[in-house]
Design a protein around this ligand. Structure first.
Ligand code: FAD
Length: 517
């Protein structure tokens, strides 16, 4: 495909904040864009917000930002850019909530589409045997939760944090503690409306244009911009029993996790995390978890140890408390955690799902939300999780990483293999997420380089030991690496690119394809 030369460079682009394109060229492009008659509008100045993301290490300033008010705003803009063809450098980055890590929603000198301005369209909940909600691609999951709850309904599969857009999470997968049962968010969508790289508006589903439908789900924004999604719903519970237990033995921890995800009558949410050498553990619970018995909790001495925390939740309604308690107790009896470490809490469904937002509020007040986030997410085959843990927690990470390390298994058998998402080649694999923050210290350094070096060491080990891992929210510098990531599915991926975005206009921040000019 002519538009796909190898990428060999990808520097953090703080230096790219200067003039994006030559001024004569950008003047022409600006006037070309201004000829369009839109419901929304472009901004050509003060677009620095669109040059940033949550990762806070990459910055690329666009030429313009489109604030669409209708799907036709997006379609006619992309059509124009497509027609300009290789005469223009313009590429297009849909920006959801900008919670990417390495500039994936940015474009240097191109056009950012602020998808949140499209969300003014009304959400529509459809009740019935197979309830669903139609939402804009720029809608935040937290708003979908509040809207669907008005009908006693809720989406089935979530991310840990809900202030992310539908288009943003469906471009990857959307994984949380419900994914072992329901699959990721991309498996809980009935239909999409997509604007392709030629500006065509296409409604697609399992039965209608399935190649585009499955291509876009987990497709890293490469084949089209999601303007609408039909999300499947289920009856929503009112309350959640939220449980944490600790292990010092890794084998017992993973055995119990694997047992729980294999059982039909299990918890509704199963996650876990690793605690390395943390003192005052219970003052440091991630998110809003407040165990009912803080005295018992405070007696537990975690100093200097590596511990594994299994986190579970059971949904219930107030009139079902007794049954829920019995089920929970009988499940807990089958587990092998340290007996004195059972921490229980009961919260509303909304509090549970929106739990990370509380941490966000706390971190923002301390100025610790907008620091660099050199996060790394890996999918590890079950057969290799012990090798991985021995090396990573035994040798590479000897101290805590200033952020949580999540670790939990999921069932690939519950996931749809037709999407663009690439996962390890085993029926069960683990998500391991290293969610570090580079926080400025008293010496003035933020440790970013050290964390990046640690990430590289982890990846190099996985490579050397041939663990068959895949990156989730993948980040690569060269097309060669992307090719290796997709493996046998690379050909299908580039085939779809040439069908739906032949000039490689869309999602340049992923650095998979480069527009031919
Ligand atoms: P953006 O960062 O704006 O965009 C991400 C990519 O998608 C870009 O390439 C962009 O061009 C493309 N894109 C955006 N909108 C569209 C659209 N409408 N159509 C097509 N392409 C589009 N992920 C999980 O799976 N599970 C988690 O539990 C989880 N927790 C997180 C917690 C936090 C605090 C953060 C910051 C991230 C978390 N993530 C999690 C990762 C998150 O799902 C992704 O980063 C997601 O892309 C963020 O959504 P966004 O709306 O901010 O997307």
């Amino acid at each position: 495909m002519g538009c796909i030369p190898d990428r060999t460079t990808n520097q953090p682009s703080n230096q790219l904040l200067a003039t994006p394109t030559s001024s004569a060229n950008s003047l022409n492009l600006t006037s070309a864009l201004e000829t369009l008659s839109l419901d929304g509008y472009f901004t050509f100045k003060n677009n620095h917000h669109a040059a940033k993301d949550f990762g806070n290490t990459f910055q690329s300033l666009p030429l313009a930002v489109l604030h669409p008010k209708s799907v036709s705003d997006i379609s006619s803009t992309i059509k124009l850019i497509f027609e300009l063809g290789s005469a223009s450098e313009l590429t297009v980055a849909a920006r959801g909530h900008g919670h990417s890590l390495q500039g994936q929603a940015q474009t240097h000198g191109g056009l950012v589409i602020n998808m949140e301005s499209l969300k003014a369209q009304q959400m529509q909940v459809h009740i019935g045997e197979q309830p669903y909600v139609d939402v804009s691609g720029g809608e935040l999951w937290i708003n979908i939760l509040h809207e669907t709850l008005k009908y006693g309904l809720s989406p089935k599969s979530w991310t840990d944090y809900l202030h992310l857009t539908v288009g943003g999470t469906l471009s990857y997968a959307g994984i949380s503690g419900q994914a072992f049962r329901h699959g990721p968010q991309i498996n809980n969508v009935y239909q999409l409306e997509v604007v392709t790289g030629q500006g065509e508006v296409i409604t697609c589903s399992e039965n209608k244009s399935p190649d585009l439908f499955y291509g876009v789900l987990g497709g890293l924004g490469q084949f089209g911009i999601i303007t609408q999604a039909r999300i499947s719903l289920e009856p929503a519970p009112k309350m959640v029993k939220w449980i944490r237990v600790l292990y010092s033995d890794f084998s017992s921890f993973t055995k119990d996790q694997e047992f729980l995800i294999s059982s039909e009558n299990s918890f509704d949410y199963i996650e876990g995390f690793v605690i390395i050498n943390r003192t005052g553990l219970l003052n440091n619970w991630r998110s809003s978890f407040n165990p009912k018995d803080p005295m018992q909790a405070s007696k537990f001495n975690s100093d200097g140890r590596t511990l594994y925390c299994l986190e579970m939740a059971k949904y219930f309604n107030p009139n079902e408390t007794d049954v829920m308690d019995q089920r929970t107790e009988s499940l807990l009896l089958l587990l092998h955690y340290i007996p004195s470490t059972l921490f229980l809490s009961e919260v509303s469904y909304v509090e549970f799902l929106d739990r990370v937002h509380l941490s966000e509020i706390k971190l923002r007040t301390k100025g610790l939300w907008e620091v660099p986030h050199p996060w790394m997410n890996l999918l590890i085959p079950k057969s290799k999780i012990h090798d991985f843990a021995d090396e990573i927690f035994g040798n590479i990470l000897t101290d805590n990483i200033n952020g949580p390390i999540l670790m939990y298994p999921v069932n690939k058998t519950k996931w749809n293999n037709n999407t663009s998402l690439v996962t390890p080649d085993e029926d069960v694999f683990y998500l391991v997420a290293f969610l570090s923050s580079a926080v400025p210290s008293s010496t003035g350094t933020d440790g970013l380089d050290q964390i990046l070096t640690q990430n590289t060491r982890i990846l190099e080990y996985c490579d050397r030991a041939q663990l068959g891992i895949k990156q989730y929210l993948p980040y690569y510098r060269t097309q060669q690496e992307w090719k290796a990531h997709f493996g046998p599915r690379w050909q299908a991926f580039i085939q779809r690119k040439s069908s739906y975005d032949p000039l490689a206009i869309l999602a340049p921040g992923q650095k998979i394809f480069q527009k031919a000019i």
